[in-house]
Design a protein around this ligand. Structure first.
Ligand SMILES: [Zn+2]
Ligand SMILES: [Zn+2]
Length: 58
């Protein structure tokens, strides 16, 4: 029986998916109502692979 997760599943381009819930151990899309792409994040490592990388020193 699937147990729904209340965290947000983050789908990465270059890395395995991750969940905002640290206790989440089943990163399947069907268990998550909230799924976002990592392009919605500002600090994902996937963006470092982009050719036009801009330094973000803050
Ligand atoms: Zn990513
Ligand atoms: Zn989860």
């Amino acid at each position: 029986m699937l147990d729904a997760c209340h965290g947000t599943l983050i789908m990465h381009e270059l890395y395995p998916a991750e969940c905002t819930d640290e206790t989440c151990d089943e990163l399947s899309e069907v268990r998550h109502a909230l799924i976002i792409g990592c392009d919605e994040l500002d600090d994902c490592g996937c963006r470092g692979e982009r050719p036009q990388e801009l330094p973000r020193a803050s």
